[in-house]
Design a binder for this molecule. Structure first.
Ligand code: SF4
Length: 368
């Protein structure tokens, strides 16, 4: 049993019809009992919820402060490699892109970590392209001890692995795995993923099950907003989240809401998600799930990010580089995608403090 079995029973056409035929009365009803109810999430994500955005935002802020206080967790990505054996047309690392490829050596990782530590970070997200033979489990097992020595919270955003692989990485100190489905529409998925192991929609869809069974503490779900109808993708991610929480209640969950950004040789969004739409999504998920961590990357503009910090977001990156070796030796040719917020971590942290929020650089100590 995995989410694949649940997914097969969900009718896309029926959910879409209900999303686009929801009424103001459905939204009002959803706002009375939004927590843990996927039907309420459907109404809150629908076009009918747009006139209720102000009320949804007020509820979202109150619920976030009640659960998370004024804290915002600060994290930063460390790109280990841009090698990739997949063809994804929206990504700068896609196999056919003629860019310089690089995988960090132990000594380059140490240099990058020194630079990251000097910015104040203690929570790190390890990112790589998906290249099993050159950047696979043996490489991760080799580099994790170096990284866990320096950082008290280590997350990974790499190719989906087998359950036993995750177990071995947890034993090496891995705390969290981010695994984004990109889109829950199998047809759109196959249009954008044309070569390599990532073509297998079902294998990716059941990956969070393997992560959870291996005992990973925190699991991140996400969709690449713009590939398909964002309302339906968000709703199906809500179903996935609901299944995961009910089945694997020992793990914590987060979501990430990246919008499609320009990259070398990339595609433009098929369905545009406006700033207002992004706000609606964040509010809808906060009302649906009070425990949920919501991450915000540097893909968004400084102005929008500053406004979203106070809304329902709980984890924020800043000062990010999306290239291997980019903290020591920046080279935009190696970027995975362009970032919009180029402010330093300290400037971003000050923007939070001005809004009465508390940027938290470390909230985890494995010895306790
Ligand atoms: S999205 Fe991931 S798998 Fe696809 S090309 Fe980029 S790095 Fe490779």
């Amino acid at each position: 049993m995995s989410f694949v079995d649940v997914f097969k029973k969900l009718s896309r056409s029926e959910l879409k019809l209900r999303l686009y035929s929801s009424t103001a009365a459905d939204v009002e009803c959803a706002m009375q009992k939004p927590s843990g109810d996927v039907d309420s999430l459907l109404a809150l994500l629908s076009p009918a919820a747009e006139p209720f955005l102000e009320q949804m935002a007020q509820q979202a802020v109150a619920l976030t402060r009640q659960r998370f206080g004024a804290s915002i967790g600060m994290y930063i990505p460390l790109y280990l490699s841009n090698l990739c054996a997949n063809e994804c047309d929206y990504c700068g690392f896609t196999m056919s892109n003629k860019i310089k490829r690089k995988t960090l050596t132990d000594s380059e990782i140490k240099d990058e970590m020194r630079s990251i530590k000097s910015m104040g970070y203690d929570s790190i997200l390890l990112v790589s392209g998906e290249h099993e033979s050159k950047v696979g489990v043996p490489y991760f097992k080799q580099v994790l001890p170096l990284i866990t020595e320096q950082f008290s919270h280590v997350a990974m955003e790499v190719q989906p692995l087998e359950e036993q692989d995750y177990r071995e990485l947890v034993a090496e100190g891995l705390d969290a795995v981010m695994l984004y489905q990109e889109t829950y529409n199998p047809v759109t998925y196959s249009e954008h993923h044309t070569r390599g192991k990532k073509k297998d929609f079902g294998y990716r869809l059941e990956s969070p099950d393997r992560v959870a069974r291996a005992g990973v503490d925190k699991i991140g779900l996400g969709v690449l907003l713009g590939l398909d109808d964002w309302r339906l993708d968000a709703l199906l991610m809500g179903h996935h989240l609901d299944y995961m929480e009910k089945t694997y209640w020992r793990s914590r969950y987060s979501i990430s809401l990246p919008r499609l950004r320009p990259c070398t040789g990339g595609v433009t969004p098929k369905v545009e998600l406006t700033d207002k739409g992004l706000v609606q999504m964040i509010c809808a998920f906060r009302l649906f799930n009070q425990q949920l961590e919501i991450s915000l990357s540097t893909r968004e503009t400084p102005k929008l990010r500053d406004n979203l910090f106070t809304l329902g977001v709980t984890n924020v990156s800043a000062g990010s580089s999306t290239q291997p070796g980019g903290y020591v030796e920046p080279n935009t040719e190696l970027d995975q995608f362009e970032i919009s917020d180029e402010r330093s971590p300290q400037v971003v942290a000050n923007a939070m403090l001005e809004r009465g929020l508390n940027p938290v650089w470390k909230d985890w100590e494995s010895g306790w």
